[in-house]
Design a protein around this ligand. Structure first.
Ligand SMILES: *Cc1c(COP(=O)(O)O)cnc(C)c1O
Length: 330
């Protein structure tokens, strides 16, 4: 991993280490008030032997937004990307080969408050860490494998004017309990509703929602949804394929009308959803309303997925300049 600390407003020179244990003061804010945010992005080995990072500038900007919300320092875009590149170069042995169709090296940048504090205030000193792990399957067999979801009637991920649009560990702390209940009940995904009215679709616990109907790509535009880079990229690709893109309020009832429903995010790009259950509690008991979709990835979603993955692996052209090269051509 690669890390750097910002002490008294000055960033130290980044350190590369194989030791994942970092000494921290027990009074460090991160252990108490959660001044912490993170990012997730992937490095791919391309068809041409070059290693690509997918839109790291977007991750850098989003981390800066998260840190600004927490009123704490954040690395510059240059520093963020340099440390990501260093992390990839130091871990080349763990970067899956091009032939491993859906495998890649997942990078996890994290930023957290380290100065000792008891008083309630934002972190003045922070640590920025970039670590990584190989992810995905070598055969690609599990990619685009559909899962079921349940609407979260009893728990919210983010409040109407809260931190939902920032990538904070605290948002996850807040949703873990609800997630555990959903997983125990056999669901892969938990679909959150807007916390104020519980009538509109927000997003899944760690990925965005989009649906396809009548040649249209529809995704919520709520301010408490995390702005997913995958979703943003898929919207661009959807336009390439001549789909209309709509970012708007999606009421629960509209679930019935979608031809394809997916969750999207860096980890799996797209996960098709085969069924969404809505468990409604009435005085007489609980009834389940089911929204059913195909048991396999829909044709439109599959096209979007393939185009996205082919850009990421350098198989197809990258007209938007989304990929950043880590090494020179061989
Ligand atoms: C990270 C994240 C996503 C996906 O964002 P990507 O940039 O596409 O990886 C979606 N929702 C939540 C809550 C997230 O934390």
């Amino acid at each position: 991993m690669v890390y750097s600390r910002c002490i008294d407003g000055k960033w130290e020179r980044p350190v590369v280490t194989e030791d994942f244990n970092i000494p921290l003061n027990s009074f460090a804010g991160v252990f108490h008030y959660a001044p912490a945010c993170f990012e997730g992005l992937k490095a791919f080995r391309g068809a041409d032997g070059r290693i690509r990072l997918f839109r790291p500038d977007m991750n850098s900007k989003r981390m800066a937004d998260s840190a600004a919300y927490l009123d704490m320092p954040s690395p510059s875009e240059e520093m963020f990307i340099d440390m990501c590149i260093t992390c990839v170069k130091e871990n080349l042995d763990y970067l899956p080969p091009y032939e491993a169709s859906s495998a890649s090296l997942y990078l996890r940048p994290a930023l957290f408050g380290i100065n000792p504090q008891l008083g309630i205030h934002s972190a003045s000193d922070v640590m920025f860490v970039v670590m990584c792990s190989p992810v995905g399957t070598y055969s690609g067999a599990k990619s685009l494998c559909p899962g079921t979801a349940v609407l979260s009637r009893n728990y919210d991920r983010a409040s109407a004017h809260g931190s939902g649009c920032y990538k904070l560990g605290a948002n996850y702390a807040q949703s873990l309990h609800a997630y555990n209940i959903a997983h125990k009940a056999g669901y892969r995904e938990l679909l959150f509703l807007d916390s104020a009215t519980k009538t509109t679709i927000e997003e899944f616990g760690s990925s965005n929602f989009f649906g396809i109907k009548h040649g249209c790509y529809v995704t919520p535009n709520s301010p408490s949804v995390l702005p997913s880079i995958t979703n943003k990229s898929l919207r661009k690709i959807a336009e390439e394929f001549g789909l209309k893109v709509e970012r708007r309020t999606i009421f629960i009832d509209e679930l019935e009308t979608f031809e394809e429903v997916n969750s999207c995010g860096t980890a799996v790009v797209i996960t098709p959803i085969s069924r969404i259950d809505d468990k409604i509690t009435l005085e007489s008991g609980t009834i389940t309303r089911e929204y059913k979709y195909a048991d396999e990835c829909g044709p439109v979603s599959r096209k979007l997925y393939n185009r996205m993955v082919n850009i990421q692996k350098g198989i197809e052209d990258d007209p938007y300049g989304w990929c950043m090269f880590v090494n020179d051509p061989k």
